[in-house]
Design a protein. Structure first.
Length: 438
């Protein structure tokens, strides 16, 4: 039997695959639509995988990291794939390859679940399926096999910080935005920072009544504990966390309320203006951090099942244009401390990003921030799969799951940067050979 990668082309995007409102799981990258849900609020069902190889695929002699952070690595394993799904997982000596299978010897290599690039608050509805080399906006070759976004425009106050956001000036507008998102088949409602307290809780109430989850930023006007109690299942960024763990939170909240962005001419400049304004408030929060208050908050988040996506890589990218002042360095160091404390107190931490390179950097940052390699991998695999209600489809390597796999040339549990040493990727059962010269 041949022991080489399948040279046949990978799956291609079908026309209109990323139209809003369609639940779609194409080979390679996938955007979520329909009633995808965060934990306990329903369950999404992905369509059957398409584009799987006509021949079974047997990955043999691999070291399998089937569920990072919950199961130890297993050497000498075979993963048998048929019709785009994982059929069997077992020791190579005990799992015979079918006579017609493509057999790939992975001795010395490591198999992990495909990575999930989730961006909760963003307005984009997805990405593209990979091309013949598994690119899909660079996703396949970077190990990202699922791209998940809300599939609808995020909801913000007025003026919105980001172009294209829905401006909900009052409670009625917030409820209307939720109904529109649900009618369009959005996976969830994305929330942005400038939503008012009243509009936010109207949004939360409407979302509960329509059984559609919501997540993203915790608005400036809403205490993080209240957002968690209201049912927000993913909180992106650490702005709200810094505020909520400070003894000067009321003073800082008044400072946030005083920020005005209406006079910023370029709409794309409002977000940057807001970030620059909150930097000094973040530094105030760092200097007034109170560990006991933080512990109580983290226990509350854990009890509510609230996930936190720190977006460490995104923070660093946004700050690259700023002078590296002592207080910027202090804020960065404090973020790392908060991530370590979240993990220690049992708050699920997710790796979220808008692109593959950003996701890989986020995984590396989380590992270095105190999660360690195994938990950081989980934050980009089983963690987001569970948060999105798709744990029965993706996120782990076990029979019945979609055959989305990454083959690494080195052990990521020993060195997390091995996530960049990709030997090949299996996308919905199709083996994608390495791209020459990469």
């Amino acid at each position: 039997m041949p022991e080489e990668p399948d040279p046949s082309p990978g799956p291609s995007a079908d026309a209109g695959a990323w139209a809003p409102g369609r639940r779609r799981f194409l080979g390679g990258a996938a955007a979520l639509g329909g009633a995808a849900a965060f934990g306990g609020m329903g369950q999404a069902r992905a369509a059957a995988p398409r584009g799987g190889s006509a021949r079974p695929l047997a990955l043999t002699h691999a070291t399998l990291i089937a569920a990072p952070g919950t199961q130890p690595p297993l050497p000498g394993m075979t993963v048998l794939v048929r019709d785009g799904r994982i059929e069997t997982v077992g020791r190579t000596a005990e799992v015979p390859a079918p006579p017609d299978a493509l057999v790939v010897n992975l001795r010395g290599k490591y198999v992990i679940p495909g990575l999930i690039a989730a961006h909760v608050s963003g307005g984009r509805s997805g990405g593209a399926a990979p091309d013949d080399h598994g690119h899909g906006h660079g996703h396949g070759r970077s190990g990202v096999t699922t791209v998940a976004g809300p599939g609808s425009r995020p909801v913000d106050g007025s003026p919105a910080l980001w172009p294209g956001a829905v401006e909900a000036r009052d409670e009625a507008a917030a409820r209307k935005a939720v109904r529109k998102a649900a009618a369009d088949g959005a996976a969830f409602v994305g929330v942005h920072p400038r939503l008012s307290h009243a509009a936010y809780f109207a949004l939360a109430d409407e979302a509960r009544s329509l059984h559609i989850p919501f997540g993203g930023h915790c608005p400036d006007a809403v205490p993080l504990a209240e957002a968690s109690d209201a049912g927000q299942r993913i909180v992106e960024h650490l702005h709200a966390l810094l505020l909520a763990t400070s003894t000067r939170d009321e003073e800082i909240r008044r400072g946030l309320a005083a920020i005005r962005t209406a006079r910023v001419d370029a709409p794309s400049g409002r977000y940057g203006h807001w970030l620059r304004q909150i930097r000094r408030l973040e530094w105030t929060a760092v200097r007034s951090y109170y560990p006991d208050r933080a512990d109580r908050l983290f226990d509350r988040l854990a009890a509510n099942g609230t996930r936190v996506a720190p977006s460490l890589a995104a923070h660093r990218c946004l700050e690259e244009t700023e002078p590296l002042t002592p207080y910027v360095q202090g804020i960065r160091a404090h973020r790392l401390h908060l991530v370590a404390e979240l993990h220690r107190r049992g708050v699920p931490v997710l790796a979220c990003s808008t692109d593959a390179d950003g996701l890989l950097e986020e995984v590396e940052q989380l590992a270095g921030a105190g999660l360690g390699a195994a938990a950081a991998l989980r934050a980009a695999t089983a963690g987001p799969a569970q948060a999105l209600g798709l744990a029965d489809e993706i996120g782990t390597v076990e029979p019945g799951r979609a055959a989305d796999l990454v083959v690494l040339a080195a052990d990521p549990l020993r060195d997390i940067t091995a996530v960049r040493r990709i030997a090949s990727v299996v996308v919905r059962g199709r083996l994608i050979a390495p791209v020459p010269g990469r």
